[in-house]
Write a protein that binds this ligand. Structure first.
Ligand code: HEM
Length: 202
């Protein structure tokens, strides 16, 4: 029998939709500027990239504050004791157990919205990678704030490197994230839940 838990309030769904759209635009225009893969006019790509980056940063600010105010942050807190072991158990489930029809090792409940691997990647992405993408992006929008040299390396090169590496990691996260979202009660269940707010469990 399937059961439904309300996991995603409206503010979170609007944030997630904005965030996903802006991320897509940033990846497309970013790749277009770096490798000319999408044949978008360079000046258009720059403008779309800058505007999407600003919208992404504003939506991030709302997400960051709302996570505190609404209590959603409790799902992101990590108990370090044995955490890595739990992540590995979940990883084994995704790579081996799931193909043997084993039961999920950390079933979701009203108190546990994320399994340990989700928690690890969401915390890493939302509290390390996204802030680094945004800070390095703003620094390149206002390059006068960048130090001339850091450890003998030109500051602008270092900032660009941070932006490109974190942007690349963010893009990899998004591909893996969307793939893992297909692992639910049905392949479409998790996509429905981020639209309706209700997560289906069996
Ligand atoms: C087309 C792109 C995307 C799709 C289809 C998608 C899909 C989903 C789905 C179905 C969920 C709910 C299931 C779950 O918790 O695993 C979810 C949650 C989440 N997604 Fe995405 N996502 C996308 C892009 C992104 C991006 C770019 C980020 C981060 C930069 C992101 C971060 C998150 C976070 C943090 C949650 C959990 C939110 C919470 O409940 O607090 N997603 N996503």
């Amino acid at each position: 029998m399937t059961q439904k838990i309300f996991f995603y309030p409206i503010w979170l769904r609007i944030w997630h939709m904005t965030n996903a759209l802006m991320f897509l635009l940033l990846i497309i225009t970013g790749l277009s500027m770096q490798y000319s893969v999408f044949s978008i006019r360079f000046d258009y790509a720059v403008s779309i990239h800058n505007i999407s980056g600003i919208i992404l940063s504003l939506s991030y600010l709302i997400y960051f504050i709302a996570n505190f105010i609404t209590g959603n942050l409790k799902y992101y807190t990590i108990k370090f004791d044995g955490f890595f072991k739990r992540v590995m158990i979940q990883f084994r489930f995704y790579t081996v157990g799931i193909f043997k029809q084993e039961k999920a090792p950390f079933p979701l409940t009203t108190k546990k919205k994320f399994n340990p691997l989700q928690k690890f990647t969401y915390v890493g992405m939302m509290y390390i990678i996204v802030p680094l993408i945004l800070i390095s992006g703003y620094a390149m929008l206002f390059p006068q704030v960048i130090y001339n040299r850091v450890f003998g390396i030109p500051g602008i090169v270092l900032t660009d490197l941070v932006h490109v590496i974190t942007g690349f990691l963010g893009s990899i996260f998004m591909i893996i994230h969307v793939y893992f979202c297909t692992i639910g009660a049905k392949p479409s269940s998790n996509f429905k839940s981020i639209i309706t707010g209700y997560h289906e469990i069996e």
